[in-house]
Design a protein around this ligand. Structure first.
Ligand SMILES: [Zn+2]
Length: 283
């Protein structure tokens, strides 16, 4: 499942191809993904210049000249493919349409943006650009982990008195937006905090220290995504999924990478999600 760094990588990959370009044709090949598409979506996209691409949490927001914003969520298995860009940024030929190509945007530059999603947990919606974060998917989101409003004071206050495990608290999108399972596991490993610890029982200093660690973990993954974009010319035109090595995620029974620890990575299930951690150095 794409997490924040993957979504940011998709945004950065799409931006040079879409920003300033006009959608000359929009193929909407089915009525819905996870939810029904907004009414007349193809008509509302056709002829629109894309003013800019933003990201909020795991949502990509394309601001259109009409004053509407196209919200895109990749869901579990959504992929964005770029083909046929004559500017030479990306050189992939237009592929034959595939079964799960649900939405295809043809840009006036000749580039084609394809949204492919076999499991259809993705979503697209149109909202008024000036409605801010009032959309139902955005309204309850907490601060962006890489933004200024996410800071030590916010996190300490948000976790105060919480009886839930720190793992679940950091996955709570109202506390911090866009953090997913993988990067919470990695964050807690670096902070040497057990995912089982009750959030409210962890000292303020250790909670505060999570803020720069979260930024580092996400920042490094976004950087890895950036490298994958530079290799994009050789790839197949698909954005956003890149090779990245993790310290604990997916490393059950492997040796802990903390110097001198000697432990092994354990896997437990919390709220239906796997937590990977070292029982020796994460307390
Ligand atoms: Zn360890």
């Amino acid at each position: 499942m794409p997490e924040l760094p993957e979504v940011e990588t998709v945004r950065r990959g799409l931006a040079p191809v879409m920003e300033g370009a006009v959608i000359v044709q929009a193929d909407v090949n089915r009525p819905d993904l996870r939810w029904p598409f907004p009414s007349n979506m193809a008509d509302r996209l056709t002829g629109q210049r894309v003013l800019g691409l933003r990201r909020r949490s795991k949502y990509i927001l394309l601001d259109l000249a009409s004053g509407e914003t196209l919200l895109v969520h990749l869901g579990m298995s959504g992929r964005m493919l770029i083909s046929g860009d004559p500017l030479g940024t990306f050189v992939h030929e237009h592929p034959a349409p595939e079964k799960h190509d649900h939405v295809v945007l043809h840009m006036d530059s000749g580039a084609r943006i394809t949204f492919n999603d076999p499991r259809r947990f993705g979503a697209m919606d149109l909202l008024a650009t000036d409605s801010g974060d009032t959309h139902k998917l955005l309204a309850s989101l907490g601060p962006e982990p890489l933004g200024n409003t996410f800071n030590e004071a916010h996190l300490i206050q948000a976790l105060q008195g919480r009886n839930t495990p720190i793992k679940s608290a950091l996955l709570d999108q109202r506390i911090v937006a866009g953090l997913g399972n993988i990067y919470v596991c990695e964050t807690l490993f670096r902070a040497r905090i057990s995912p089982r610890r009750k959030a409210g029982n962890i000292g303020a200093k250790r909670i505060g220290a999570l803020v720069p660690i979260i930024r580092d973990v996400l920042g490094e993954a976004i950087e890895a995504g950036g490298s994958s974009l530079r290799d994009f010319r050789q790839a197949d035109g698909e954005l956003g999924y890149f090779q990245h090595s993790f310290d604990v995620y997916g490393r059950e029974d492997k040796p802990c990478r903390t110097l001198g620890c000697g432990g092994h990575i354990s896997r437990i299930v919390q709220s239906g999600r796997s937590s990977f951690y070292c029982t020796i150095c994460q307390r």
